[in-house]
Design a binder for this molecule. Structure first.
Ligand SMILES: Nc1ncnc2c1ncn2[C@@H]1O[C@H](COP(=O)(O)OP(=O)(O)OP(=O)(O)O)[C@@H](O)[C@H]1O
Length: 364
């Protein structure tokens, strides 16, 4: 296990600034997801931590040891870091056990036992004699994770390791990999553009855009208290409702009806907006007592997802928004239906501007 300190790291590719003032602090055993859209710099950040790229600004320390500083660069093999790439890249001529044993010293007495233990951690106990071409894509990724864990690296870096897999396999593998890392006590950084993956796996999520960290927090913090409108929209679906800018808290009127703001203590500087999550929008066909104050709307689109349904609707003033409801017999909406909507519970208030507004909290 190791702790990670990334201070004000900057990285250029020629004139392109790929990373800018990146600050991140992780405690030993923590699982951090770096979440951001394509091209935001997350792989570059991972490569700087692994030692595959040199940094131009700032510093990186792993386990209290300085490994990167402009002009100072500890090479990857001396950083004690394991990387699980997008597609496992197993050695095709070695069997599963040979792949997993690859990073273990030849003389290790517990070699075979450790290999089997790692295979069991990833749910592949007994697969040691199979060749990589005899495995499914998901099984190959599991072997890649087992291979990374085998030498007990203090830090494991995962670069979109599930992106090539189908949805059902992905969620199963996420759970198993999360458990394996936890049981092994590894500190881990996962890079992903998939918000569900980041929120479901990580202890904390660092949301990145344009080479900068926009917010760091627990999954619930970044979802419920996004730092700004951009983070709100990237981490889950959001209906953004401009606020009038008068009062710092309390109740606000909006096209969606009255809104109660959650972040009452938040400084109110510049234009602000409310972030309404679709699951907070209740929808009924009739004005029930619960939706007595409901606002009339017309259903425009219905996206059925099995476990839930996302209904897009339009208010009288043309505002478009969404309601998410758990699938059930009462969920029966069609485009053109006249309905009533109501926002249930408090909502976050966020600055509209593109600036970073929250300090990066330390995990300690
Ligand atoms: N070796 C390189 N040379 C020049 N530019 C690069 C290099 N590697 C990355 N970049 C650029 O740096 C920026 C960040 O790239 P990076 O791969 O870190 O993004 P990312 O968030 O991981 O994206 P993706 O999810 O698509 O992999 C991009 O604009 C990319 O084109």
């Amino acid at each position: 296990m190791t702790d990670v300190e990334i201070n004000h790291v900057g990285k250029f590719f020629g004139t392109l600034r790929a990373l800018s003032g990146v600050d991140l602090s992780m405690r030993s055993g923590e699982f951090l997801a770096v979440l951001g859209p394509s091209g935001c710099g997350k792989t570059t950040l991972l490569r700087c931590v692994a030692g595959f790229e040199q940094i131009d600004e700032g510093r990186i320390a792993l386990g209290g040891r300085l490994v990167a500083l402009p002009g100072v660069h500890v090479p990857p093999h001396r950083r004690h870091v394991a990387v699980v790439p997008q597609e496992g890249a197993l050695f095709p001529h070695l069997d599963v056990a040979g792949n997993v044993a690859y990073g273990l010293g030849r003389g290790r007495r517990d070699r075979a036992a450790r290999v089997e233990q790692c295979l069991e951690l990833v749910g592949l106990g007994g697969y040691g004699r199979r060749m990589p071409h005899e495995l499914s894509g998901g099984q190959r990724q599991r072997v890649a994770v087992a291979r990374a864990l085998a030498p007990r690296p203090p830090l494991v870096l995962l670069d979109e390791p599930f992106s090539a897999l189908d949805a059902a396999l992905r969620s199963e593998l996420r759970r198993d990999v999360r458990r394996a890392l936890r049981e092994d006590g590894a500190t881990a950084i996962l890079v992903t553009h998939d918000q569900a993956e980041a929120l479901s796996m990580a202890d904390r999520v660092a949301v990145m855009n344009g080479g900068r960290i926009r917010q760091v927090g627990t999954p619930a913090e970044v979802y419920r208290h996004p730092a700004d409108v951009w983070v709100a929209g990237f981490v889950g679906e959001a209906v953004i409702v401009p606020l009038d800018g008068e009062a710092p808290g309390g109740r606000h009127t909006s096209p969606l009806g009255p809104l109660t703001l959650r972040d009452d203590d938040r400084p109110w500087d510049g234009p602000m907006a409310a972030v309404v999550r679709p699951e907070q929008v209740l929808m009924t066909h009739r004005r029930t007592p619960q939706a007595g104050r409901g606002v009339p709307a017309v259903v425009r689109r219905v996206d059925y997802h099995g476990h839930d349904t996302l209904v897009a609707f339009e208010l009288a003033d043309g505002t478009e928004a969404m309601s998410r409801m758990v699938d059930g017999p009462l969920v029966d909406y069609r485009p053109g239906d006249r309905v009533f909507v109501l926002v249930d519970g408090a909502v976050a208030a966020v600055p509209v501007g593109e600036t970073v507004t929250r300090p990066v909290p330390s995990p300690r």
